[in-house]
Every structure is written in structure tokens, then in C-alpha cells.
Design a protein around this ligand. Structure first.
Ligand SMILES: Nc1ncnc2c1ncn2[C@@H]1O[C@H](COP(=O)(O)OP(=O)(O)O)[C@@H](O)[C@H]1O
Ligand SMILES: [Mg+2]
Length: 536
């Protein structure tokens, strides 16, 4: 097959270029397939695709032929024309969106069908483009109704083909040309499965991913990339790090990354007394102990079926539950308290502690065998003071989060505020930073948050002193709001009277009526200091 000719011609702009090019091409028995003209300043770019059905034109002949056109400055062969590039780009975009898109011309012939639509309709691009949509034998080709001007939005549809069953929400629109005539129609289908997944991800409040675990320091990046690698395995993960370094958040992100469909179930081993911890973790059968309900209760390992159990502060776990945990990990089974039935456990276990487990083992406060079982994939999250470079991005992250929550305009930290943050030692780690930022954002009404608004916990007490004086004005020993307001009121009316030379003026100044002010003066037994010329 002869090859088509694709050319770019650059002219000094003038009238009649296109006519000249077209005439020459025709004279030389070439057929124009497409021609585009773009004018820039005083230049005109002509892009041309032409064919000769018998032979591929010889380059030199073409140059000689077109070289005759007046005002031609440059001529070159190209691989793709601008419209082809636009189409390619458009196709890549269309093929990479998660909705199915199909469009037809005014005769109902398919003009566009993207990757998802091809998948749903089980066909190849080349085989259907240009064909009538009717040939696809769709049970309800509603898109054709759009050619009569109909529109529909999110109509539930079912489609069954060799590849399976698809459920989607379809939206259809006519496509109009600039004068409003219908020149085709488009239908967009949203996969129901995807919508369900999205709905789930936004309705789960503690659905966190690694993109929300902020930090770019090498130690944090390393921890994240290690965690991403091992997320899909079933092995026990042990997260170590000081309090407030983000261990729980990190565990949640591992759970998300693992793709497990079950829940993320956190348990704080330090917060519950031994017997309650056991019944929470493993559940109990009806009547297992005094107070146990009749029907019994499932344990958290059952709740976290196909999910993750996060054992926080595992270093504080008492010996009884430690022994039971060892069994759960070794045998992957639990027995409810008082029960005999073995229930298989498929929950992933992630543990966390800020304690030195090795020392606890030495002191016989933590079982050595359990220590080895949980220490399969250890991850260390370093304290904030060892990764100062993360402070600015964390601060910015919390400010942004808070702005969204409080509905405030975006706030920024000044350089001095940031310097103050960076000089701090952060014994409470990221949790402390989050609190400091929250306090600053609330105290500061301006867009710029300065160093004065950055208060560490040891400074909060001092700055509250001033507040206390305001809340407890001199002359009050009561805490009731009414009593405090009365003290204020007395101060305010007295001051207003001192500043004005008549009660009328004082009332006006305070924005109240003369009578109201008179009543208040009586109530607080404020008497007028006689001034020269004073009148009421
Ligand atoms: N790297 C981080 N990025 C964003 N938020 C974080 C990060 N680390 C900690 N936080 C936040 O700080 C607080 C304390 O984190 P948490 O996971 O409870 O710490 P830990 O379990 O280590 O005591 C939480 O509000 C958490 O969302
Ligand atoms: Mg914690």
C-alpha cells in the first residue's frame, strides 16, 4: 500500500495560500485527506495529509512541486498532524477514566467508545467504530433516544455478556452543534462496584492511607516503603516508637494498603483490666461468667475477620492474655471464654508499643516466646526531634486539616513561628505538634500565624493568667456567669458616666435608653459625682 504524505509548510502569511496548495496537490494527482491552517503573527502554518492511490510520492518531487508556491519559507515531513495528536491525547484521557463513554453521530453510528465501555460491551475498538449502535444488540440502547433530544441522568442499568454481569448508572445527553442542532449523543456509565467502593471509603471515618501519613525525612520514607512492601502479607507487624509518633495512624495505613476487606479494630491493651481485655479480644459463650450475657459475645478477633486487629500498647498486656495471644498467633484459632469450639482467625495482627520490649522480657514482664512471635516485621517510627525536616510539612498539614474543619480561610505560619516550632524538642511528638497548631489556629484570627500564637504546654499556663484576670474581674469572688456579668456591667456603666457629662449622653454612648441606664444605676447603686453644669 502506498504511504500517505504528511507535511508541514511554513509561509509568510498572505491571502490565497490554501488555494495555491490545493491546486498544486490536485495538479499532481494527489488527493487531500486533511488540511489544517494555523496563523501566528505574520506566519501561516499549513499541515497537510495527502495520498496517491498508486505509489508513495517521492520526497524530492514533492519538495520541487511545492517549492514553487510563493512565500513558502520552510517545508518538512512530519509523522503526525496536530489533529491526530489532539485525538491521541483525547483517547488516552478517555481510556484512562473509570467511567465508560460511548458516543454516536446523528445516524446512530458509533464514533467513540472508550476502554471501560469496550470492556462492558465486550468489543474491540476497531470492530465497532463507524458501525451502527444497533449492531451491538444492547437490550436498551437509550442513547438513541438522546438523538431526539432526550436526556437521562444516573439510570440504573444491567448488562450481561460473556464477560459477566455489569451494573452501572448511565447518563445520556444529546450533542449539539453551535446552532443547537443535534449532531449526535453520548452516554456515560459509572460502574456500580466502583461507586460502592468509593462510598465505603468516604463513610469509613478511620480509613487512612499512607498519603495521610505525612513525612519526607529519610527515616519516615524508609518506614513507609518497608510497610508498603509487607502490607499484603499475613505476618505480624510490630510498630515501635514513642508516644504520639503516629503508630496507630501508621497501622491504619498498613491495613488500607493491605487491601483487606474486613475492619481495622484497635484495642488498647493498657486501658482495660485483665478480665475485660480477654473477653473483648476473644469473646465469651453464654453464661461463661457472672454478668456474661445469655447469647455470649464475639471477640474482636472475630469482628476483625478478613481485617486487622491493632494491639496498641502490647507491652502493658497482662500475663493471662499474653499466653492466650501466643496461642492465637501460633494456631491461628481462638476459643471464646468458657467455650470449646475453635474459631479460625484470619485477622492480620499489628502490635504497637512505646516500651522497651527487650527489657520487659529480661525483667520477665513480657513473655519471650510471644516477643519473638510478634517481632517478625518490626517497624520503628523515630521521634519528631530526630526528624526536624518533617516539622514544617506536618504543621502545614494540620493547619490545612483544621482550616477545612473550622471552615476558616487558609492560615500560614510566619518564618518566626516556624523557627519557634523547629527549635522545640517535642517530647509529645506529632500529637503535641498537632495540639500546638490547633491552639495557634484557634487563638489567631489573622491569616498569618506569628510566634506569639505558638504556645507550648509550659507557656499555656502563663498566657492563661491574663485570661483569668479578665474572667475574674476585681471585686468578684463568684464563678457564676450572672454574677460575673453584673460586675462587668457595673464597671462599664461607671466608666461611661465618668466619661460623659450627662446621663443621656452616657446612655447614648452605651446604645441603651435613658430609662434602662437609670435602672442599671439604681441596681448597682452608682451615684453621680456632681460635676459643674451636670444635668440629667
Ligand atoms: N506522620 C503523621 N502525619 C499526620 N498525622 C500524624 C502523623 N503522626 C501522627 N499524626 C497524628 O498525631 C496524633 C497522634 O498519633 P497516634 O497515631 O495516635 O500516635 P501513637 O499511637 O504513636 O501514640 C494523631 O492525631 C495522628 O493523626
Ligand atoms: Mg497510640
Amino acid at each position: 500500500m502506498p504511504l500517505n504524505l504528511k507535511l508541514k509548510l511554513l509561509f509568510t502569511d498572505r491571502i490565497g495560500i490554501v488555494a495555491d496548495v490545493a491546486a498544486l496537490i490536485a495538479e499532481n494527482s494527489l488527493n487531500i485527506i486533511s488540511m489544517e491552517v494555523e496563523r501566528k503573527d505574520n506566519r501561516a502554518e499549513v499541515w497537510l495529509e495527502a495520498e496517491n492511490s498508486e505509489h508513495t510520492p517521492v520526497r524530492e518531487d514533492v519538495f520541487r512541486m511545492l517549492g514553487k508556491i510563493p512565500d513558502l519559507r520552510e517545508i518538512s515531513f512530519v509523522r503526525t498532524l496536530p489533529h491526530e495528536e489532539r485525538e491521541n491525547r483525547f483517547r488516552v484521557v478517555l481510556d484512562n477514566i473509570s467511567d465508560g463513554v460511548i458516543s454516536v453521530d446523528r445516524d446512530g453510528n458509533i464514533t467513540i467508545i472508550n476502554r471501560i465501555a469496550r470492556k462492558i460491551l465486550n468489543c474491540e475498538n476497531s470492530e465497532v467504530i463507524g458501525k451502527e449502535i444497533k449492531s451491538l444488540n444492547l437490550s436498551d440502547p437509550t442513547i438513541l433516544e438522546c438523538l431526539n433530544g432526550k436526556r437521562f441522568t444516573n439510570v440504573k442499568k444491567n448488562l450481561i455478556n460473556r464477560k459477566g454481569r455489569f451494573q452501572f448508572f448511565a447518563t445520556g445527553r444529546p450533542i449539539n452543534d453551535s446552532s443547537g442542532r443535534i449532531m449526535g449523543a453520548v452516554e456515560i456509565g459509572k460502574d456500580m462496584k466502583e461507586i460502592k467502593m468509593l462510598a465505603q471509603s468516604v463513610s469509613q471515618p478511620d480509613f487512612v492511607t499512607f498519603s495521610e501519613f505525612i513525612g519526607e525525612s529519610p527515616s519516615v520514607s524508609e518506614a513507609i516503603s518497608f510497610a508498603q512492601k509487607i502490607a499484603v502479607t499475613d505476618s505480624v507487624v510490630s510498630i515501635r516508637g514513642e508516644s504520639g509518633t503516629g503508630k496507630e495512624l501508621f497501622a491504619g495505613a498498613i491495613h488500607s494498603e493491605s487491601g483487606r476487606e474486613g475492619a481495622f479494630v484497635p484495642v488498647n491493651c493498657a486501658a482495660l483490666p485483665e478480665s475485660l481485655l480477654e473477653s473483648e479480644l476473644f469473646g465469651y459463650v453464654g453464661g461463661a461468667f457472672t454478668g456474661a450475657g445469655k447469647q455470649g459475645k464475639s471477640g474482636l478477633f472475630e469482628t476483625a475477620s478478613n481485617g486487622t486487629v491493632f494491639l496498641d500498647e502490647i507491652g502493658e498486656m497482662p500475663p493471662g492474655p499474653q499466653a492466650k495471644m501466643l496461642r492465637v498467633i501460633q494456631e491461628r484459632k481462638v476459643r471464646r471464654i468458657g467455650g470449646t469450639k475453635e474459631i479460625p482467625v484470619n485477622a492480620r495482627i499489628i502490635t504497637a508499643t512505646n516500651r522497651n520490649l527487650e527489657q520487659l522480657v529480661k525483667k520477665k514482664q513480657f513473655r519471650e516466646d510471644l516477643y519473638y512471635r510478634i517481632n517478625v516485621l518490626p517497624i520503628h517510627i523515630p521521634p519528631l526531634r530526630e526528624r526536624g525536616e518533617d516539622i514544617p510539612i506536618l504543621a502545614e498539614h494540620f493547619l490545612f486539616q483544621l482550616g477545612t474543619r473550622l471552615g476558616k480561610d487558609a492560615q500560614f505560619l510566619t518564618k518566626t513561628a516556624l523557627n519557634k516550632l523547629c527549635r522545640h524538642n517535642w517530647p509529645g511528638n506529632v500529637r503535641e505538634l498537632k495540639n500546638v497548631i490547633e491552639r495557634a489556629a484557634i487563638l489567631c484570627d489573622a491569616e498569618q500565624i506569628g510566634a506569639d500564637h505558638i504556645l507550648f504546654s509550659f507557656e499555656v499556663g502563663k498566657s492563661m493568667e491574663g485570661m483569668k484576670n479578665r474572667i475574674h474581674p476585681v471585686g468578684s469572688d463568684s464563678h457564676s456567669l450572672r454574677a460575673l456579668l453584673d460586675v462587668y456591667e457595673k464597671q462599664i456603666v461607671t466608666e461611661a458616666l465618668e466619661k460623659s457629662d450627662s446621663i443621656r449622653k452616657a446612655a447614648k454612648f452605651l446604645g441603651i435608653s435613658h430609662t434602662t441606664l437609670m435602672n442599671k444605676l439604681k441596681k448597682h447603686s452608682v451615684t453621680m459625682q456632681k460635676k459643674a453644669g451636670f444635668s440629667s
